[in-house]
Design a protein around this ligand. Structure first.
Ligand code: PLP
Length: 414
């Protein structure tokens, strides 16, 4: 079984994660535990907690500053350009819905059927959903063909947005984001990256990847308290109706019903009192990750992932789900089934008998998960695979001992 490389220097205490002794959390892809950096930042700010953008008092001014600094830090972490907007949202779902509501009239959105529901369902009618490709090169080819056809058959002046994930929440497999961005731009389309599962594992930079927008969730990036982010080009966002009409989103409101001038910039879409603690927590983790040796962290996660996958492969009654094949690069997420056993029951037994938390179901990616379950049955020739799956996912603070406990528990369920 692959052993873990030692880190040259231990990650800073800011990236320790909080947990409960004895409980093994292998469900980071759903919600990651809280990093010390996030908890400390919130604790430090709480005595000062007051209104943002709405008060002249010292507390309020400090909170406004903390909120806007958080925006800057998160934007820098995600490679926002000087002209980009960094809009705080509740999570990735909210960020992608905001973008969906900001699309110019007549925009066609092109996605793949392998997406999380958050990147499938917000898009307007008439969107194009491409089949799940067999490999990353196929994704690039299929997108090029679809955009060529779309441009031939529709008004070339109408906008096209490609919406893709960076890492699958079902398999952890990486999608060829930079190549897809190149194809999109070659055809005059824009591209949004759903980085919910990518950003917790590797650096994600909007300008390096050359994507037009990207979305993340704080709670998957070790920063609870309910903040997410949409980063990207300003023009569509500034021209769109405000996502949340109300206080803070306006620059002028007159007496007549429609006498409103909406703000431009992030404020246009952040109506209402903002989530200061969420933003500050997220920024604290972004800053801690910026200071960390992310190459070493990723190498450690990959070794742990290899240990987990090798251990699962050695269990004859366990079958892994995958889209692109066994050797495709991936982050620390593995979905699998236990042949002949209901996945919800296995998850419940892991929790009750072994204090191990994993996810079961179709992972809010029903089209992909169902397809991969069918593929697993065909690949193995087994007729006793259950209709839903299990998912184990790891990250900061995960250990070989935790992985081994899961493997031992599954071994006992043959
Ligand atoms: N995109 C992907 C790839 C995800 O895995 C998830 C959540 O699991 C989402 C989007 C939605 O994230 P949230 O529930 O934080 O909005």
């Amino acid at each position: 079984m692959p052993s873990l490389p030692a880190l040259a220097s231990p990650p800073s205490a800011a990236l320790d994660v909080l947990g409960v002794p004895g409980e093994i959390n292998l469900d980071y892809a759903a919600t990651a535990p809280c990093a010390r950096a996030a908890a400390d930042a919130v604790t430090e700010l709480l005595p000062w907690y007051a209104s943002v953008h709405r008060g002249a008092g010292a507390l309020s001014r400090r909170c406004t500053l903390a909120y806007e600094r958080a925006r800057q830090t998160v934007g820098d972490f995600l490679g926002a350009g000087a002209d980009d907007h960094v809009v705080f949202t509740r999570n990735t779902t909210d960020a992608l819905n905001l973008l969906a509501r900001s699309l110019p009239a007549g925009t066609t959105v092109v996605t793949f059927a392998g997406e999380h529901h958050a990147n499938l369902l917000p898009w307007p009618r008439g969107s194009v959903r491409l089949p799940v490709p067999a490999n990353p090169a196929g994704a690039v080819r299929d997108l090029a063909a679809a955009l060529t056809e779309l441009r031939r058959d529709s008004n070339p002046a109408l906008p096209v947005l490609v919406a893709v994930t960076g890492a699958s929440n079902v398999t952890g497999e990486l999608w060829p984001v930079a190549e897809l961005a190149r194809v999109a731009h070659r055809h005059g389309a824009r591209i949004v990256l759903d980085a919910a599962q990518l950003a917790p594992h590797v650096p994600v930079d909007r300008r390096t990847l050359d994507v037009d927008y990207l979305a993340i969730s704080g709670h998957k990036l070790y920063a609870p308290f309910g903040a997410g982010v949409l980063v990207g080009r300003a023009d569509w966002l500034d021209a769109a109706p405000p996502y949340l009409a109300g206080g803070g989103a306006t620059s002028h409101v007159g007496p007549a019903t429609h006498d409103v001038t909406w703000a431009t910039g992030p404020a246009r879409h952040e109506g209402g009192t903002p989530n200061l603690l969420g933003a500050v927590a997220l920024a604290a983790v972004c800053a801690a990750l910026t200071d960390a040796d992310r190459v070493a962290l990723a190498a450690r996660e990959q070794a742990l992932l290899a240990r987990l996958r090798a251990g699962l492969a050695a269990l004859p009654h366990v079958v892994e789900l995958r889209t692109f094949g066994p050797d495709a690069p991936r982050v620390g997420i593995v979905s699998f089934v236990v042949a002949g056993q209901d996945s919800a029951t296995v998850a419940a037994r892991l929790a009750a008998e072994h204090h191990i938390g994993v996810r079961d179901g179709l992972f809010c990616a029903h089209p992909l998960a169902r397809r991969l379950l069918d593929e697993a049955a065909t690949r193995t020739g087994r007729r006793d695979l259950p209709p839903t799956a299990l998912r184990a996912s790891i990250g900061l603070g995960s250990t070989a001992a935790q992985v081994d406990r899961l493997l031992a528990a599954l071994a006992g369920m043959a």
